[in-house]
Ligand binder design. Structure first.
Ligand code: MTE
Ligand code: MO
Length: 329
């Protein structure tokens, strides 16, 4: 959710996405276990982590299902429009520091991250914990955090207290909350949260295929005005955000005439690698009527957002050029 006064989302507006009921964590007995293919399996208490070297990184989280409601044909799942993205400054210990301390062995292939929440699924029998993995190469990236603080305060319960993973640039599912176990393994992990969920699944008749959901796709979102809003004649500020998990976003363009002409928006924030960038454009409208406003972003590699989103069965990664309609009185 965008705040006009700050790049940071106010706590009460930060989106929340959980697969299971809250685990209820007692920090006095909580420990983070590092195990598997490591030379020294370790247990870290909250105080231990707090005594380690901390870094702060601004990171925007976006749910892979953000904007799912805009897919045609419709797909099942939470019918997010564009609210499932928020920005915060995360502070914690670098994952690579903890892994180096434990000593990752040569045959490591992936690292799994387990949350304390668990429950049942409708598509598979049994009880599951929320577990995700990262390839070892990704897991050793210095910007991945075991975050203890969000905007300078201990993580709120709903965002993963006492510790969560923050994987900058990836969709939100990778940032495991209520983290309590990290395990180094020598084979690919096949848990349901990365084999059934969070895969782009396309049923092309000849060659159906799946591909894991990873980094945030280039996207831009209009926050104001909202779709179907009624505006008075005169000056209006069009404002929104743009993001990409890979190449920097370099341009946001707006069209108020069905894509015939485009005008560049101005930036409200400097570029930062893992953060959304707020943009704005003043729009002066003198004639009443119905207007369609389009917004699209372009990244440093020259990619622009697609006209239509890449449809997939579970509705992840929607990033088509946004179109809204407003009425001017
Ligand atoms: N971690 C655990 N343990 N359990 C979860 O259900 N949901 C993931 C991720 N981490 C989840 C989790 C998903 S899908 C998203 S989009 C983000 O958390 C949302 O983080 P937030 O609720 O702090 O915004
Ligand atoms: Mo998500």
């Amino acid at each position: 959710m965008l705040s006009l006064s700050s790049r940071i989302t106010p706590d009460h507006l930060f989106y929340i996405r959980n697969h299971f009921p809250y685990p209820g964590v007692d920090v006095r007995t909580w420990e983070l276990q590092i195990e598997g293919l490591v030379d020294r399996p370790i247990y870290l208490r909250y105080q231990d982590l707090n005594r380690m070297h901390q870094v702060s990184i601004p990171v925007t989280l976006e749910c892979a299902g953000d904007k799912r409601a805009f897919f045609h044909p419709k797909v099942r799942g939470e019918q997010w429009e564009s609210g499932a993205s928020s920005h915060a400054i995360w502070t914690g210990v670098r994952l690579v520091d903890v892994l180096s301390f434990a000593g990752v062995q040569m045959n490591a292939m992936e690292v799994t991250f387990e949350g304390m929440d668990k429950g049942t699924r409708t598509d598979m029998p049994g009880e599951f914990a929320y577990i995700r993995s990262l390839p070892i190469k990704e897991a050793l990236h210095p910007n991945i955090l075991i975050a203890l603080y969000m905007n300078g305060k201990p993580l709120p319960d709903q965002h993963g207290f006492p510790a969560r993973l923050i994987v900058p640039g990836w969709y939100g599912m990778a940032s495991v909350k209520w983290l309590h176990r990290i395990k180094v393994i020598d084979q690919p992990f096949h848990g349901p949260f990365q084999t059934i969920d969070y895969v782009y699944e396309r049923n092309h008749s000849l060659a159906p295929f799946t591909e894991p959901v990873t980094t945030i796709r280039l996207n831009s979102t209009m926050a104001r005005p909202t779709d179907q809003e009624v505006l008075a004649k005169g000056e209006h500020w069009l404002v929104g955000t743009a993001i990409s998990g890979t190449y920097p976003v370099v341009l946001v363009e707006i069209s108020t005439d069905h894509g015939v002409t485009w005008q560049p928006a101005s930036w409200l924030d400097p570029h930062e690698p893992y953060s959304w960038r707020r943009w704005c454009l003043k729009w002066t409208v003198t004639k009443s009527g119905t207007y369609e406003i389009r917004v699209r972003a372009v990244d440093a590699a020259g990619y622009a957002q697609p006209e239509t989103a890449d449809w997939n069965k579970k509705g992840y990664g929607y990033n088509a050029v946004q179109k809204i309609q407003v009425y001017v009185d």
